[in-house]
Design a protein around this ligand. Structure first.
Ligand code: 4AD
Ligand code: MG
Length: 430
Protein backbone atom coordinates (compact mmCIF):
# COMPACT_ATOMS: atom_id res chain seq x y z
CA UNK A 1 0.00 0.00 0.00
CA UNK A 2 1.24 3.50 -0.88
CA UNK A 3 1.35 6.05 1.94
CA UNK A 4 3.30 9.06 3.22
CA UNK A 5 5.60 9.58 6.20
CA UNK A 6 2.94 11.76 7.85
CA UNK A 7 0.54 8.77 7.84
CA UNK A 8 2.81 5.92 8.95
CA UNK A 9 1.43 5.85 12.50
CA UNK A 10 -1.75 4.40 10.95
CA UNK A 11 0.25 1.55 9.41
CA UNK A 12 2.11 0.10 12.41
CA UNK A 13 3.40 -3.42 11.63
CA UNK A 14 2.17 -3.16 8.03
CA UNK A 15 4.27 -3.19 4.89
CA UNK A 16 3.91 0.07 2.93
CA UNK A 17 5.51 1.89 0.01
CA UNK A 18 6.58 5.54 0.23
CA UNK A 19 7.84 7.85 -2.51
CA UNK A 20 10.90 9.48 -0.91
CA UNK A 21 14.26 11.15 -1.32
CA UNK A 22 17.47 10.25 0.48
CA UNK A 23 18.35 13.08 2.87
CA UNK A 24 21.37 11.39 4.42
CA UNK A 25 22.85 7.94 4.96
CA UNK A 26 25.13 5.91 7.25
CA UNK A 27 26.16 2.40 6.48
CA UNK A 28 28.49 -0.39 7.53
CA UNK A 29 29.09 -3.84 6.06
CA UNK A 30 25.92 -5.24 7.62
CA UNK A 31 23.42 -2.42 7.97
CA UNK A 32 22.45 0.85 6.29
CA UNK A 33 20.54 3.69 7.97
CA UNK A 34 18.70 5.82 5.42
CA UNK A 35 17.37 9.25 6.42
CA UNK A 36 14.30 9.50 4.21
CA UNK A 37 12.16 12.52 3.46
CA UNK A 38 9.00 12.69 1.39
CA UNK A 39 7.89 16.30 1.91
CA UNK A 40 5.40 15.34 4.61
CA UNK A 41 8.17 14.44 7.06
CA UNK A 42 11.47 12.75 7.83
CA UNK A 43 11.89 9.10 8.85
CA UNK A 44 14.66 6.56 9.17
CA UNK A 45 14.73 3.45 6.98
CA UNK A 46 16.87 0.55 8.19
CA UNK A 47 18.28 -1.93 5.69
CA UNK A 48 19.71 -5.09 7.28
CA UNK A 49 21.96 -7.07 4.94
CA UNK A 50 20.84 -10.46 6.24
CA UNK A 51 17.13 -9.59 5.79
CA UNK A 52 17.18 -8.42 2.15
CA UNK A 53 18.53 -9.60 -1.19
CA UNK A 54 22.14 -8.76 -2.03
CA UNK A 55 20.84 -6.45 -4.79
CA UNK A 56 18.66 -4.40 -2.41
CA UNK A 57 21.51 -4.04 0.09
CA UNK A 58 23.91 -2.86 -2.63
CA UNK A 59 21.31 -0.39 -3.92
CA UNK A 60 20.90 1.01 -0.39
CA UNK A 61 24.66 1.30 0.11
CA UNK A 62 25.09 3.12 -3.20
CA UNK A 63 22.21 5.60 -2.78
CA UNK A 64 23.41 9.16 -3.24
CA UNK A 65 21.99 12.19 -1.46
CA UNK A 66 18.66 13.38 -2.95
CA UNK A 67 18.17 10.28 -5.08
CA UNK A 68 14.42 9.67 -5.44
CA UNK A 69 12.89 6.24 -4.93
CA UNK A 70 9.91 4.15 -4.01
CA UNK A 71 10.86 2.40 -0.81
CA UNK A 72 8.94 -0.49 0.71
CA UNK A 73 9.10 -1.97 4.18
CA UNK A 74 7.42 -2.64 7.49
CA UNK A 75 6.61 0.29 9.81
CA UNK A 76 7.78 -0.29 13.39
CA UNK A 77 8.02 1.85 16.49
CA UNK A 78 11.30 3.63 17.14
CA UNK A 79 11.40 5.00 20.65
CA UNK A 80 14.84 6.63 20.18
CA UNK A 81 13.70 9.18 17.62
CA UNK A 82 11.39 12.13 18.26
CA UNK A 83 9.34 11.00 15.26
CA UNK A 84 8.64 7.61 16.88
CA UNK A 85 8.58 5.30 13.81
CA UNK A 86 10.99 3.78 11.33
CA UNK A 87 10.83 1.49 8.33
CA UNK A 88 12.41 -1.98 8.14
CA UNK A 89 13.22 -1.78 4.46
CA UNK A 90 12.58 -4.75 2.17
CA UNK A 91 12.69 -3.18 -1.33
CA UNK A 92 14.04 -0.08 -3.05
CA UNK A 93 13.11 1.09 -6.54
CA UNK A 94 15.27 4.03 -7.60
CA UNK A 95 13.32 6.61 -9.62
CA UNK A 96 16.10 9.07 -10.38
CA UNK A 97 19.69 9.10 -9.22
CA UNK A 98 20.95 12.50 -8.02
CA UNK A 99 24.59 13.16 -8.82
CA UNK A 100 26.71 15.67 -6.87
CA UNK A 101 23.92 17.34 -4.90
CA UNK A 102 25.45 20.69 -3.94
CA UNK A 103 24.15 21.01 -0.36
CA UNK A 104 26.00 18.39 1.66
CA UNK A 105 25.64 17.77 5.40
CA UNK A 106 28.71 19.96 6.04
CA UNK A 107 28.37 23.68 6.86
CA UNK A 108 27.77 26.08 3.96
CA UNK A 109 27.91 29.89 3.88
CA UNK A 110 24.66 31.85 3.79
CA UNK A 111 25.20 33.28 0.29
CA UNK A 112 25.82 29.80 -1.09
CA UNK A 113 22.65 28.53 0.56
CA UNK A 114 20.64 31.51 -0.67
CA UNK A 115 21.91 30.90 -4.24
CA UNK A 116 20.57 27.35 -3.85
CA UNK A 117 17.34 28.31 -2.10
CA UNK A 118 15.36 26.11 -4.55
CA UNK A 119 17.23 23.11 -3.09
CA UNK A 120 17.89 24.44 0.42
CA UNK A 121 14.12 24.29 1.06
CA UNK A 122 14.49 20.48 1.20
CA UNK A 123 16.63 20.57 4.34
CA UNK A 124 15.17 19.57 7.69
CA UNK A 125 15.44 23.01 9.26
CA UNK A 126 13.92 24.86 6.30
CA UNK A 127 11.17 22.24 6.12
CA UNK A 128 10.35 22.92 9.79
CA UNK A 129 10.23 26.70 9.24
CA UNK A 130 7.87 26.31 6.25
CA UNK A 131 5.58 24.02 8.27
CA UNK A 132 5.41 26.61 11.05
CA UNK A 133 4.68 29.34 8.48
CA UNK A 134 1.87 27.14 7.16
CA UNK A 135 0.46 26.64 10.66
CA UNK A 136 0.44 30.43 11.25
CA UNK A 137 -1.42 30.88 7.95
CA UNK A 138 -3.91 28.16 8.85
CA UNK A 139 -4.46 29.58 12.35
CA UNK A 140 -4.94 33.08 10.88
CA UNK A 141 -7.83 31.91 8.71
CA UNK A 142 -9.29 30.01 11.66
CA UNK A 143 -9.05 32.94 14.07
CA UNK A 144 -10.67 35.48 11.77
CA UNK A 145 -13.31 33.07 10.49
CA UNK A 146 -14.22 32.07 14.07
CA UNK A 147 -14.53 35.76 14.95
CA UNK A 148 -16.88 36.63 12.09
CA UNK A 149 -14.41 38.43 9.83
CA UNK A 150 -14.75 38.28 6.04
CA UNK A 151 -11.63 37.77 3.93
CA UNK A 152 -11.30 40.55 1.34
CA UNK A 153 -8.55 40.80 -1.28
CA UNK A 154 -7.31 44.34 -1.96
CA UNK A 155 -5.60 45.06 -5.30
CA UNK A 156 -1.85 44.68 -5.74
CA UNK A 157 -1.57 47.21 -8.58
CA UNK A 158 -2.60 50.57 -7.16
CA UNK A 159 -2.74 54.20 -8.17
CA UNK A 160 -2.00 55.61 -4.72
CA UNK A 161 0.42 54.94 -1.88
CA UNK A 162 -0.71 53.81 1.57
CA UNK A 163 2.38 54.25 3.74
CA UNK A 164 4.35 57.18 2.32
CA UNK A 165 5.85 57.71 -1.08
CA UNK A 166 9.54 56.97 -0.60
CA UNK A 167 9.32 53.17 -0.63
CA UNK A 168 7.11 52.60 -3.67
CA UNK A 169 7.79 50.25 -6.55
CA UNK A 170 6.75 52.06 -9.71
CA UNK A 171 5.43 50.34 -12.77
CA UNK A 172 3.59 51.31 -15.92
CA UNK A 173 -0.13 50.59 -16.09
CA UNK A 174 -0.50 51.03 -19.83
CA UNK A 175 -0.27 54.84 -20.07
CA UNK A 176 -0.71 55.50 -16.36
CA UNK A 177 1.72 55.38 -13.45
CA UNK A 178 1.02 52.58 -11.00
CA UNK A 179 2.63 51.15 -7.87
CA UNK A 180 2.87 47.74 -6.25
CA UNK A 181 0.84 47.73 -3.05
CA UNK A 182 2.68 48.67 0.17
CA UNK A 183 -0.39 47.85 2.24
CA UNK A 184 -4.00 47.04 1.45
CA UNK A 185 -5.24 49.18 4.31
CA UNK A 186 -6.97 51.99 2.45
CA UNK A 187 -8.98 49.48 0.44
CA UNK A 188 -9.69 47.46 3.58
CA UNK A 189 -11.24 50.58 5.12
CA UNK A 190 -13.64 50.70 2.19
CA UNK A 191 -14.30 46.97 2.65
CA UNK A 192 -15.01 47.42 6.38
CA UNK A 193 -17.70 49.96 5.51
CA UNK A 194 -19.29 47.31 3.29
CA UNK A 195 -18.73 44.13 5.35
CA UNK A 196 -18.09 45.24 8.96
CA UNK A 197 -15.11 43.14 10.04
CA UNK A 198 -12.70 42.20 7.28
CA UNK A 199 -9.16 40.91 6.88
CA UNK A 200 -6.78 40.68 3.99
CA UNK A 201 -3.81 38.39 3.54
CA UNK A 202 -1.51 39.12 0.67
CA UNK A 203 1.88 40.18 -0.63
CA UNK A 204 3.08 43.74 -0.08
CA UNK A 205 6.12 45.51 -1.50
CA UNK A 206 8.53 48.04 -0.04
CA UNK A 207 11.37 49.46 -2.10
CA UNK A 208 13.31 49.98 1.11
CA UNK A 209 17.09 50.04 0.92
CA UNK A 210 17.30 48.28 4.30
CA UNK A 211 19.58 45.34 4.77
CA UNK A 212 18.60 44.10 8.21
CA UNK A 213 17.44 40.78 9.57
CA UNK A 214 13.89 42.17 9.75
CA UNK A 215 13.43 43.59 6.26
CA UNK A 216 12.19 41.98 3.08
CA UNK A 217 11.37 43.80 -0.16
CA UNK A 218 8.34 41.55 -0.70
CA UNK A 219 6.53 40.30 2.38
CA UNK A 220 3.10 39.03 3.35
CA UNK A 221 0.80 40.99 5.57
CA UNK A 222 -2.45 40.21 7.36
CA UNK A 223 -4.57 43.37 7.60
CA UNK A 224 -7.79 43.30 9.62
CA UNK A 225 -10.05 46.36 9.58
CA UNK A 226 -13.07 46.78 11.85
CA UNK A 227 -16.00 49.21 11.62
CA UNK A 228 -17.39 50.58 14.91
CA UNK A 229 -14.25 49.63 16.83
CA UNK A 230 -11.98 52.02 18.66
CA UNK A 231 -8.27 51.60 19.19
CA UNK A 232 -8.68 49.97 22.60
CA UNK A 233 -10.99 47.30 21.13
CA UNK A 234 -8.53 46.72 18.31
CA UNK A 235 -5.70 46.06 20.81
CA UNK A 236 -7.81 43.27 22.32
CA UNK A 237 -8.27 41.64 18.92
CA UNK A 238 -4.51 41.93 18.32
CA UNK A 239 -3.46 40.28 21.58
CA UNK A 240 -6.02 37.51 21.20
CA UNK A 241 -4.91 36.88 17.61
CA UNK A 242 -1.19 36.76 18.43
CA UNK A 243 -1.81 34.50 21.45
CA UNK A 244 -3.85 32.20 19.23
CA UNK A 245 -1.05 32.00 16.66
CA UNK A 246 1.55 31.10 19.27
CA UNK A 247 -0.64 28.53 21.02
CA UNK A 248 -1.58 26.94 17.67
CA UNK A 249 2.08 26.50 16.76
CA UNK A 250 2.84 25.08 20.22
CA UNK A 251 -0.01 22.58 19.87
CA UNK A 252 0.44 21.57 16.24
CA UNK A 253 4.16 21.93 15.46
CA UNK A 254 5.92 20.07 18.28
CA UNK A 255 8.30 18.17 15.99
CA UNK A 256 9.18 21.31 14.04
CA UNK A 257 9.90 23.36 17.18
CA UNK A 258 12.08 20.47 18.35
CA UNK A 259 14.05 20.40 15.06
CA UNK A 260 14.62 24.16 15.42
CA UNK A 261 15.60 23.75 19.10
CA UNK A 262 13.14 26.52 19.98
CA UNK A 263 12.97 27.39 23.69
CA UNK A 264 9.23 26.81 24.07
CA UNK A 265 9.08 27.99 27.69
CA UNK A 266 9.29 31.54 26.28
CA UNK A 267 6.38 30.88 23.91
CA UNK A 268 4.21 29.26 26.57
CA UNK A 269 4.02 32.60 28.40
CA UNK A 270 2.56 34.35 25.36
CA UNK A 271 -1.08 34.63 26.43
CA UNK A 272 -3.36 37.68 26.32
CA UNK A 273 -3.46 40.28 27.80
CA UNK A 274 -0.16 41.85 26.73
CA UNK A 275 1.55 44.68 28.58
CA UNK A 276 1.30 48.26 27.22
CA UNK A 277 3.67 51.15 27.52
CA UNK A 278 3.04 54.64 26.16
CA UNK A 279 5.56 56.24 23.82
CA UNK A 280 6.22 58.83 26.59
CA UNK A 281 7.03 56.14 29.15
CA UNK A 282 9.09 54.27 26.59
CA UNK A 283 11.27 57.38 26.17
CA UNK A 284 11.77 57.53 29.95
CA UNK A 285 12.57 53.81 30.06
CA UNK A 286 15.10 54.15 27.24
CA UNK A 287 16.85 57.04 28.99
CA UNK A 288 17.10 54.88 32.14
CA UNK A 289 18.56 52.09 30.03
CA UNK A 290 21.36 54.30 28.78
CA UNK A 291 19.91 55.76 25.56
CA UNK A 292 20.55 59.24 26.92
CA UNK A 293 20.42 60.94 23.48
CA UNK A 294 16.88 59.95 22.57
CA UNK A 295 14.46 62.89 22.40
CA UNK A 296 10.67 63.01 22.44
CA UNK A 297 9.53 63.04 18.80
CA UNK A 298 12.14 60.65 17.46
CA UNK A 299 11.21 57.28 16.01
CA UNK A 300 12.55 54.08 17.57
CA UNK A 301 15.13 51.94 15.81
CA UNK A 302 15.81 48.24 16.27
CA UNK A 303 18.11 48.72 19.32
CA UNK A 304 15.45 50.82 21.07
CA UNK A 305 12.73 48.26 20.38
CA UNK A 306 14.94 45.46 21.65
CA UNK A 307 15.75 47.38 24.84
CA UNK A 308 12.06 48.04 25.51
CA UNK A 309 11.09 44.42 24.78
CA UNK A 310 13.70 43.19 27.28
CA UNK A 311 11.68 44.69 30.12
CA UNK A 312 8.74 42.35 29.39
CA UNK A 313 8.40 38.61 28.92
CA UNK A 314 5.46 38.88 26.51
CA UNK A 315 5.01 40.98 23.39
CA UNK A 316 4.51 44.63 24.39
CA UNK A 317 2.36 47.36 22.83
CA UNK A 318 4.01 50.76 22.51
CA UNK A 319 1.06 53.16 22.26
CA UNK A 320 0.36 56.80 21.36
CA UNK A 321 3.32 57.80 19.20
CA UNK A 322 3.79 61.44 18.15
CA UNK A 323 1.60 62.20 15.11
CA UNK A 324 4.67 63.57 13.31
CA UNK A 325 6.35 60.18 12.93
CA UNK A 326 3.27 58.16 11.99
CA UNK A 327 1.09 57.77 8.89
CA UNK A 328 -1.36 60.45 7.73
CA UNK A 329 -4.51 58.41 8.41
CA UNK A 330 -4.05 57.89 12.18
CA UNK A 331 -6.60 59.53 14.48
CA UNK A 332 -5.22 62.08 16.94
CA UNK A 333 -5.87 61.48 20.63
CA UNK A 334 -8.80 63.85 21.39
CA UNK A 335 -7.22 64.78 24.75
CA UNK A 336 -3.77 65.33 23.30
CA UNK A 337 -3.69 65.90 19.53
CA UNK A 338 0.12 65.78 19.26
CA UNK A 339 -0.07 61.98 19.72
CA UNK A 340 -2.15 59.47 17.73
CA UNK A 341 -4.32 56.50 18.74
CA UNK A 342 -1.92 53.83 17.55
CA UNK A 343 0.30 51.03 18.75
CA UNK A 344 3.20 48.95 17.52
CA UNK A 345 3.42 45.45 18.94
CA UNK A 346 7.02 44.53 19.73
CA UNK A 347 7.87 40.81 19.90
CA UNK A 348 10.12 39.50 22.70
CA UNK A 349 13.69 38.26 22.24
CA UNK A 350 14.75 41.04 19.86
CA UNK A 351 12.45 40.19 16.93
CA UNK A 352 11.12 43.73 16.74
CA UNK A 353 7.83 45.18 15.52
CA UNK A 354 5.39 42.56 14.28
CA UNK A 355 2.22 44.69 14.20
CA UNK A 356 1.49 48.31 13.34
CA UNK A 357 -2.06 49.45 13.98
CA UNK A 358 -4.26 52.46 14.73
CA UNK A 359 -7.68 54.01 14.89
CA UNK A 360 -8.30 55.85 11.62
CA UNK A 361 -9.36 59.46 11.12
CA UNK A 362 -13.12 59.38 10.46
CA UNK A 363 -13.71 63.14 10.12
CA UNK A 364 -13.75 64.46 6.55
CA UNK A 365 -12.40 67.94 7.36
CA UNK A 366 -9.48 66.61 9.40
CA UNK A 367 -8.66 64.07 6.70
CA UNK A 368 -8.59 66.86 4.10
CA UNK A 369 -6.24 68.83 6.35
CA UNK A 370 -3.89 65.84 6.61
CA UNK A 371 -3.97 65.46 2.82
CA UNK A 372 -2.79 69.04 2.46
CA UNK A 373 0.00 68.53 4.99
CA UNK A 374 1.20 65.33 3.32
CA UNK A 375 0.80 66.56 -0.27
CA UNK A 376 -1.71 63.83 -1.13
CA UNK A 377 -4.13 66.01 -3.05
CA UNK A 378 -4.13 63.79 -6.11
CA UNK A 379 -7.41 62.53 -7.60
CA UNK A 380 -6.15 59.01 -6.90
CA UNK A 381 -7.24 59.50 -3.27
CA UNK A 382 -10.69 60.86 -3.99
CA UNK A 383 -12.43 57.57 -3.24
CA UNK A 384 -10.73 57.33 0.17
CA UNK A 385 -12.08 60.74 1.15
CA UNK A 386 -15.57 59.68 0.10
CA UNK A 387 -15.51 56.98 2.79
CA UNK A 388 -15.64 59.92 5.26
CA UNK A 389 -18.47 61.55 3.37
CA UNK A 390 -21.15 58.88 3.42
CA UNK A 391 -21.88 57.48 6.88
CA UNK A 392 -18.41 57.73 8.39
CA UNK A 393 -17.89 55.64 11.55
CA UNK A 394 -15.10 55.09 14.07
CA UNK A 395 -12.92 52.27 12.79
CA UNK A 396 -9.59 50.67 13.53
CA UNK A 397 -7.25 48.14 12.04
CA UNK A 398 -3.76 46.76 12.00
CA UNK A 399 -1.19 44.92 9.91
CA UNK A 400 0.77 41.88 11.09
CA UNK A 401 3.94 41.00 9.18
CA UNK A 402 3.89 37.27 8.49
CA UNK A 403 7.63 36.72 8.09
CA UNK A 404 8.62 38.62 11.24
CA UNK A 405 6.03 36.64 13.17
CA UNK A 406 7.33 33.35 11.77
CA UNK A 407 10.91 34.39 12.62
CA UNK A 408 9.95 35.10 16.21
CA UNK A 409 7.75 32.05 16.82
CA UNK A 410 10.12 29.63 15.06
CA UNK A 411 13.16 31.28 16.68
CA UNK A 412 14.88 31.95 13.34
CA UNK A 413 17.42 34.76 13.37
CA UNK A 414 16.74 36.29 9.92
CA UNK A 415 13.47 36.80 7.99
CA UNK A 416 15.12 35.52 4.79
CA UNK A 417 14.57 31.95 6.05
CA UNK A 418 10.86 32.47 6.77
CA UNK A 419 9.61 32.95 3.18
CA UNK A 420 10.13 30.34 0.44
CA UNK A 421 11.90 32.66 -2.03
CA UNK A 422 13.02 35.86 -0.28
CA UNK A 423 13.30 39.14 -2.17
CA UNK A 424 16.14 41.06 -0.57
CA UNK A 425 18.04 44.21 -1.37
CA UNK A 426 20.53 42.40 -3.60
CA UNK A 427 18.64 39.25 -4.39
CA UNK A 428 16.10 38.37 -7.05
CA UNK A 429 17.53 34.86 -7.66
CA UNK A 430 16.28 32.15 -7.50
O1 4AD B 1 3.84 49.18 10.25
P1 4AD B 1 3.46 48.93 8.83
O2 4AD B 1 4.18 49.68 7.78
O3 4AD B 1 1.88 49.22 8.78
C1 4AD B 1 1.09 49.26 7.68
O4 4AD B 1 1.42 49.00 6.56
C2 4AD B 1 -0.35 49.56 8.01
N1 4AD B 1 -1.01 50.05 6.81
C3 4AD B 1 -1.00 48.31 8.54
C4 4AD B 1 -2.46 48.52 8.88
O5 4AD B 1 -2.77 49.22 9.82
N2 4AD B 1 -3.34 47.90 8.12
O6 4AD B 1 3.59 47.39 8.50
C5 4AD B 1 2.90 46.44 9.28
C6 4AD B 1 3.81 45.26 9.63
C7 4AD B 1 5.02 45.63 10.47
O7 4AD B 1 4.70 45.69 11.84
C8 4AD B 1 5.96 44.49 10.17
O8 4AD B 1 5.63 43.32 10.91
C9 4AD B 1 5.66 44.20 8.71
O9 4AD B 1 4.38 44.71 8.44
N3 4AD B 1 6.65 44.84 7.83
C10 4AD B 1 7.67 44.19 7.23
N4 4AD B 1 8.07 42.92 7.27
C11 4AD B 1 9.14 42.54 6.54
N5 4AD B 1 9.85 43.40 5.78
C12 4AD B 1 9.50 44.72 5.70
N6 4AD B 1 10.19 45.54 4.93
C13 4AD B 1 8.36 45.16 6.46
N7 4AD B 1 7.73 46.35 6.62
C14 4AD B 1 6.71 46.14 7.45
MG1 MG C 1 5.20 50.12 11.44
Amino acid sequence: MKTTISQVSKHLDQTVTIGAWLANKRSSGKIAFLQLRDGTGFMQGVVVKSDVSEEVFQTAKNLTQETSMYITGKIVEDTRSAFGYEMQVSEIEVIHEAVDYPITPKEHGVEFLMDHRHLWLRSKKQHAVMKIRNEIIRATYQFFTDNDFVKVDPPILTGSSAEGTTELFHTKYFDEEAYLSQSGQLYMEAAAMALGKVFSFGPTFRAEKSKTRRHLIEFWMIEPEMAFMDHEESLKVQENYVSFLVQSVLNNCKLELDVLERDISKLEQVKAPFPRISYDDAITLLKEKGFTDIEWGEDFGAPHETAIAESFDKPVFITNYPAEIKAFYMKPDPNRPEVVLCADLIAPEGYGEIIGGSQRIDDLELMKERYEQHGLNSPAYQWYLELRKYGSVPHSGFGLGLERSVAWIAGVEHVRETIPFPRLLNRLYP
